[in-house]
Design a protein around this ligand. Structure first.
Ligand code: FAD
Ligand code: SIN
Length: 567
């Protein structure tokens, strides 16, 4: 598909979908075909967490399974904070979503004729469908091919959404501002769908790709949308940890197939922390590794832990994990001969833009889907392989969307800017480097009130100091419908970097503040100064602008006995 230049892009669409992961791609395919859709994405079309998904996608399809069991496992993992109605909706619609993927051509692994299913941590049944260890790629390749067949969808890649365009009364959305090919322009639309993925890049250690800077959540917050449960971040226990290597995920499915966590002395330690050992819930295993590393470190050496695949049949490893074998090999690790060095890393953000069952946010015309959204299905901790499923099930809701006619944008004023922001950039880049380390130390696996507040103070100082830079003032003072041509691609790169840094700083503030406020431990949020789960905190945290509050209703901590699901 040829890339669109700013001259080719119409100034008006029915719908703009921002983000081309599983959620954004699937949404565009589910939208009615008479609508003109822009699919805006800041890198190539297939770049996002979805493409890297390994373990698979959950659905109660196996004869030994049913949606009630899937619902119960999901509610249990969410530690009292799931929205039962949303979970019920997701698990009931899971088989249909899988059937649609299969119909479109996604090649899930099969056992004889039937779809093969594996077990992952905290699932009571084998219900994770997979395509070797590159399930995400199998799904994304298929969805991308389908999107490219559609004449009503215009893909605008290497384009970063900067902000929402609200009506003058600020009562609904009417488009976005976009940085693309050295130009800032305003695209009008009746509906905007944010599908910008997660925000793992806010932490120094993450499995998320570079595009995961939480842009959608920050953009929605600045526009006044209600956000929910921002303190809940999931840390995956087993990311490759090798000097120079990215934190490549070693799928939970590897432990599901029988791999053991061992320490430097070869001792299997996970059962010291939980009776389910390596297959305990993700937050438990991450904390077990975190504590074990602290316990076994000496003054002179950092401790290490490893994932040992020795208990798995080598043929099974070759069949199930070809990509993990390859990537480890690239970093000098032969998984058949030696254990893989691993450590926890930020993986999935449960919090996000509060949405209802129709994926609608608190701002009219604004929808959010995928990891950016908080639909209530994950609560305080996501059950493995439920996120790809959530992307599909809630994106499909957009098939029912009704578009309010939106006036065609008047011609925009065009102005040029002679940008010289080089002197600003050094300091901004330094902050961009320091923020993830600060967040990892203060809001990582084990949190503490004093450290959270110190980090909050630092983040606010950075936010204040950045506000004085010319490049930041330039971004803050963009006028709606004013097209600006930049004088160099360097200026575009600088603006991109600044936009992402500002987003990350806003999110840092929001996560730290929410985490400092929740004085208990639950799911992905662990406070070593409040290690117990408290009934008083059986509520969501909500934020809009600088107002933070708790959800008014007390949420059930135990799943109700739903018998009639699917009937
Ligand atoms: P993404 O797939 O991350 O897509 C976000 C898109 O938004 C990208 O196209 C990005 O470029 C674009 N974007 C972001 N900001 C902007 C902007 N400002 N302007 C324009 N475009 C923008 N979940 C499972 O269920 N099963 C698994 O096996 C699994 N494995 C995983 C393995 C890894 C390594 C990771 C990182 C995650 C895994 N997850 C898994 C989680 C799951 O992959 C994600 O939660 C899910 O894919 C998110 O999909 P998404 O469409 O919301 O976002
Ligand atoms: C994994 O394969 O371990 C990741 C699965 C997930 O995040 O759901």
């Amino acid at each position: 598909m040829p890339r669109l230049t700013p001259q080719d892009i119409p100034s008006h669409f029915d719908i703009i979908v921002v983000g081309s992961g599983a959620a954004g791609l699937y949404a565009t395919l589910c939208l009615p075909t008479h609508l003109q859709v822009a699919l805006v994405t800041k890198n190539t079309i297939n770049m996002g967490s979805s493409n890297y998904a390994q373990g698979g996608i959950a659905a109660a399809i196996d004869p030994s399974d049913n949606p009630v069991l899937h619902l119960e496992d999901t509610l249990k993992a969410g530690v009292g904070l799931c929205d039962e109605e949303s979970v019920k909706f997701m698990v009931e619609n899971a088989p249909a979503a899988i059937a649609h993927l299969v119909e479109m051509g996604v090649a899930f692994d099969r056992k004889e004729e039937k779809l093969a299913m594996t077990l992952e941590a905290a699932h009571s049944r084998p219900r994770v469908l997979h395509s070797a260890d590159t399930t995400g790629r199998a799904i994304i390749d298929t969805l991308v091919a389908k999107v490219q067949e559609r004449s009503n969808i215009q893909v605008i890649s290497q384009a970063i959404a900067l902000n929402l365009w609200l009506t003058p009364l600020k009562d609904r959305v009417q488009g976005i501002s976009l940085l693309h090919e050295s130009k800032i322009q305003w695209l009008k639309s009746s509906v905007v769908v944010l599908a910008t993925g997660g925000g793992g890049q806010i932490f120094a250690q993450t499995t998320n790709p570079e595009v995961s800077t939480g842009d959608g959540v920050a953009i929605a917050w600045r526009a006044g949308a209600v956000l929910r449960d921002l303190e809940f971040f999931q840390f995956h226990p087993t990311a490759l940890t090798k000097t120079g290597a990215p934190r490549f995920l070693i799928s939970e499915a590897v432990r599901g197939e029988g791999a053991h966590l061992i320490d430097e002395e070869g001792k299997r330690f996970a059962f010291e922390y939980h009776s389910a050992g390596e297959l305990a819930p993700r937050d438990v295993v991450s904390r077990a590794i975190f504590h074990h590393l602290h316990k076994t470190a000496t003054n002179s050496t950092h401790a290490r832990v490893y994932l040992d695949l020795g208990a798995i049949d080598p043929d099974r490893i070759r069949y199930r994990f070809p990509n993990i074998i390859n990537v480890c090999q690239q970093w000098g690790i032969d998984v058949f001969q030696e254990p893989i060095p691993v450590a926890p890393a930020a993986h999935y953000w449960m919090g996000g833009i509060a949405c209802d069952l129709m994926s609608q946010t608190s701002i009219r015309g604004l929808y959010a889907i995928g990891e950016t959204a908080s639909t209530g299905v994950h609560g305080a901790n996501r059950l493995a392989s439920n996120s790809l499923l959530e992307c599909l099930v809630f994106a499909a809701q957009l098939s029912q969307i009704e578009i309010q006619p939106n006036l065609v944008a008047p011609d925009s004023d065009i102005s040029q800017v002679n940008s010289d922001w080089n002197t600003d950039m050094e300091q901004i880049e330094a902050i961009r480097q320091m923020l993830p380390s600060l967040m990892w130390e203060s809001a990582g696996i084990s949190r503490q009130g004093e450290l959270l507040n110190q980090a909050l103070y630092q983040v606010n100082r950075w936010r204040d100091s950045l506000a004085n830079f010319e490049i930041v003032k330039f971004l803050a003072n963009l006028l709606p419908n004013q097209t600006i041509e930049l004088n160099s691609t360097n200026a575009e790169q600088q603006l991109r970097k600044v936009a992402e840094t500002l987003n990350l700083l806003d999110l840092g503030y929001l996560i730290l503040k929410s985490a400092a406020w929740r004085t208990e431990s639950r799911g992905g949020h662990y406070r070593n100064d409040y290690p117990q789960t408290s009934n008083h905190w059986n509520v969501h945290t909500l934020v809009q602008g600088d107002r933070f509050w708790k959800s008014p209703t007390k949420i059930k901590s135990e799943p109700s006995k739903i018998k009639s699901i699917g009937s």
